[in-house]
Write a protein that binds this ligand. Structure first.
Ligand SMILES: Cc1ncc(C[n+]2csc(CCOP(=O)(O)OP(=O)(O)O)c2C)c(N)n1
Length: 386
């Protein structure tokens, strides 16, 4: 018998212990991103929700424009605009209950503000201050996270701990398409699924990780497909359709709250502005591509729906713009006031118990500042030293 004949005769049977753990079919994302606006499903959407989403979207866009202007005026060190992605930002904040937690990345200031954080406090980090600017516990919003994807294991840990304690808490963690290539993404999703932690992962696929397009980032059929490998459902949604993003995220939050475990949601969207004010996007993409996405703009899509259903008129749209303008004027005025910074704060909130080295450095700085103050070299405000 030839080797080929022997192989042909060999009929392998599965090893005795093997059986599929989960049926992958229900976990697979639908082939098309979920859409609501402009479809028959839009008739079912709650008019109040659509109006609320609209008001937040218009405010969000104005906030991005104002924050970008503040970088040019030297009031902000850097700003990663989310213009074009407002639907994801706003929906992520609005689907959560008060007791839930939001874990944003550096691009998600709008979600942080929509969750109720003061618009100025939300910019503290990007202003170059050394602390978060807001109390994460007050609004249940973790610090805006600059290292890619590290917020994801934090979200899983918090959600898992809450579940062990019997607290009704869902964590929603936001990440970019580039962030899905990080080890932290893998570890977070793996643990979340194994522990069935009440977490929703929202990937905003905005096409780029700075200059790296998605095609160079991953060979996966979609980012939502990655969910299946971890044993959680993957969902695809049109990230510029605020009603659709809200619906898909709300479903995922409900599922997590009911003990159903985590979900990975991929929202297909587009970053219309450059990566940050320090980036020149014309070096890696053309205007034609950006223009195509401008036609699928989240505010435009919602405005068309609201108008078609007679839920908003010119006056309503003007009122939303005026409200956004007032918010921007307040932001501008407050951001133009110099913050009172206390150098000694540098050592706070680093460790629960400061190390001997930190204590030593702290005393060294205190001595230097006191010497400066005695020599009259430091115009620090009264009471700044402690
Ligand atoms: C661990 C880590 N590696 C590299 C960087 C540098 N970096 C900052 S933003 C970015 C691109 C991230 O792209 P994506 O995750 O798609 O998010 P987006 O900026 O598009 O929102 C990179 C590589 C970082 N911040 N953290």
């Amino acid at each position: 018998m030839t080797v080929m004949e022997q192989r042909g005769a060999y009929r392998p049977s599965p090893p005795p212990a093997w059986q599929p753990r989960t049926d992958p079919a229900p976990l697979l994302p639908d082939p098309e991103p979920h859409r609501v606006l402009g479809t028959e499903a839009a008739a079912q959407a709650d008019p109040e929700l659509l109006r609320t989403l609209y008001a937040h979207l218009v405010r969000g866009r104005r906030y991005n424009a104002q924050a970008t202007a503040l970088t040019k005026q030297g009031r902000l060190a850097v700003y990663p605009s989310s213009t074009g992605q407002e639907a994801c930002e706003v929906a992520a904040a609005l689907v959560l209950e008060e007791q839930d937690w939001l874990f944003p990345s550096y691009r998600d200031t709008l979600a942080v503000v929509a969750r109720g954080v003061d618009p100025v406090q939300a910019l503290t980090l990007l202003r170059g201050d050394w602390h978060t600017g807001y109390d994460p516990r007050e609004h249940r919003v973790a610090p805006l996270c600059t290292p890619l994807a590290t917020q994801l294991p934090h979200a899983v840990g918090l959600a898992h701990a809450a579940r062990l304690k019997g607290d009704d808490v869902v964590a929603l963690a936001m990440v970019g398409d580039g962030g899905t290539s990080e080890g932290d993404f893998h570890e977070a999703l793996n643990f979340a699924a194994v522990w069935q932690a009440p977490v929703v992962f929202l990937v905003q696929n905005n096409g780029f990780a700075i200059s790296v397009p998605l095609a160079k980032q991953t060979a996966a059929p979609s980012l939502a497909h990655k969910a299946v490998g971890y044993g959680m459902p993957g969902r695809l949604v049109d990230g510029n359709d605020a009603a659709a993003v809200h619906e898909v995220l709300a479903d995922a939050v409900r599922h997590a709250r009911a003990g159903g475990g985590p979900t990975l949601v991929e929202a297909i969207t587009y970053r219309v502005d450059a990566h940050t004010n320090a980036d020149d996007a014309t070096r890696y993409r053309g205007d034609a591509e950006v223009d195509t996405w401008r036609e699928h703009d989240p505010i435009l899509l919602l405005e068309r729906e609201l108008t078609a259903r007679g839920l908003i008129d010119e006056d309503g749209m003007r009122a939303a713009r005026e409200d956004a303008e007032a918010m921007a004027a307040d932001l501008r005025a407050r951001m133009h006031q110099d913050p009172v910074l206390e150098p000694m704060d540098l050592f706070d909130h680093v460790y629960a118990e400061p190390t001997p080295q930190l204590r030593e450095q702290r005393e060294q700085l205190r001595a230097e500042l006191e010497a400066e103050a005695e020599a009259g070299q430091s115009p620090r405000p009264e009471g700044a030293l402690r």
